[in-house]
Design a protein around this ligand. Structure first.
Ligand code: SER
Length: 414
């Protein structure tokens, strides 16, 4: 099974269970300047979770393109992604815990054929804001989950809210056991050792958190679920990382064949950032120096630096974009429709960045020579900032080049 097949199975399953299928909202939220990108499936649905009537009804299913950039610097390891797809089923004041859990269990074990022995779940253990969720645990048991694989945790693990305020509630998370050895006697789904991987989150959204931190009941009880597509795809294929699945593998192989000094982490950064950049551009994003435009700029520039690092000529960029459209075009037809714009935007940004690199590097080399003449070994924070302000020279590039020349940089924030 591949990612597209899983997505189709998911949407069909929920369609057959009375859900209307709604299209993914764009990555760039419409009419919402308060957030840069859609970061979760619930994002475009917030008004309806609060009670507005959705034109497609009260039971919905969708796939949602999401972008989370808090972990951007972690990309390059074996799991972090900025762009990902969330499959979700939604009850807007309609069904609640019983049906939601039954659907999840049935979809995972009957449609995806995951043995129930591979699954464990976590529930909210309760606090002063909301009671312990024994009801959810009981429903899991009724659906065949053995008691010893039902865990209880606090808000940090089993409560979902997007941001600081808004609709929220206790959740129950479903974990997949990779079969790795337990890390200790206490090894459990929340320990983070990698034995258990979270695959699906069912949020029972019946609260609202206000700016003072008070929780009140919403006028309707909702269900918001999110199943991470890249992750479930990787697990079902028995792979250790999403980069080994069909979503990334052909690009990873292509980069390997082009690289003069291969480096796995750089190849992951290139493949990941290229995919995210293309998705943002297809949804109307443009590189700039602020907000979302800056995130896009940062993704493209980081990708280019790593192409340079592993010795791939930048005139190969167009070929790489074409390849990504081949890999991803069936899943994301927007990429095919926006092909010209994607190519033009990325290539124009590459040209700008090359100029920046050239001018900034000349200036940096001058500064490093001055330091050398004075017998000093650290580039000041003021200088790092000046290179950024005047030449747009990114701090991480200053650091890299300085270090290559035997200098440190002062990373103090000014
Ligand atoms: N909102 C929840 C999440 O993003 C479930 O969709 O995990």
């Amino acid at each position: 099974m591949n990612a597209l097949e899983i997505r189709n199975k998911f949407l069909n399953y929920f369609k057959n269970h009375g859900h209307s299928i709604i299209p993914s909202a764009p990555l760039i939220p419409e009419n919402d300047p308060s957030v840069l990108f859609t970061t979760a499936g619930m994002h475009p649905l917030v008004p309806y979770l609060l009670g507005e009537v959705h034109p497609a009804g009260t039971k919905l299913a969708d796939y949602q393109k999401c972008l989370r950039t808090v972990d951007i610097d972690e990309v390059g390891d074996n799991r972090h992604l900025t762009f990902f797809e969330m499959l979700g089923n939604w009850s807007l004041g309609e069904y609640f815990k019983k049906e939601s859990i039954k659907y999840s269990m049935e979809f995972l074990t009957k449609e995806l054929n995951i043995p129930v022995e591979k699954l464990s779940v976590t529930c909210f253990k309760g606090d002063e804001d909301a009671p312990r969720d024994e009801e959810t645990a009981k429903i899991w048991e009724e659906n065949g989950m053995p008691k010893e694989r039902i865990y209880f945790f606090g808000k940090e693990d089993n409560w979902w809210i997007a941001g600081e305020t808004g609709p929220c509630g206790p959740d129950t998370e479903i974990f997949y056991d990779t079969g790795k050895e337990p890390c200790s006697k206490e090894c459990n789904p929340s320990c983070g050792c990698g034995k258990y991987v979270e695959i699906w989150n069912n949020v029972f959204m019946e609260y609202y958190k206000d700016a003072e931190g008070n929780y009140t009941k919403l006028k309707q009880r909702n269900v918001d679920t999110g199943l991470g597509l890249e992750r479930i795809n990787m697990l079902l294929q028995g792979k250790e990382t999403p980069f080994d699945t069909e979503i990334f593998k052909p690009m990873m192989d292509k980069l390997e064949s082009l690289a003069k000094n291969d480096n796995l982490s750089s190849r992951r950064i290139i493949a990941e950032h290229l995919r995210s950049s293309m998705m943002i551009i297809a949804d109307g994003g443009k590189p700039s120096n602020i907000d979302r435009g800056y995130i896009l700029r940062r993704l493209i520039r980081r990708m280019i630096r790593h192409l340079n690092k592993i010795g791939i000529e930048l005139d190969k960029l167009k070929e790489l974009i074409d390849l990504n459209i081949e890999i991803l075009g069936e899943m994301y037809p927007d990429l095919v429709q926006n092909k010209e714009n994607i190519i033009n935007t990325i290539l124009a940004e590459k040209d700008k960045f090359m100029k920046t690199l050239e001018n900034g590097e000349k200036e940096l080399q001058k500064e490093l020579s001055k330091l050398k003449a004075k017998g000093e070994d650290t580039l000041s924070a003021e200088e790092v900032f000046r290179l950024y302000e005047t030449y747009g020279f990114p701090q991480e590039v200053t650091k890299e080049i300085s270090e290559e020349n035997g200098f440190k940089i002062d990373l103090r924030k000014l």
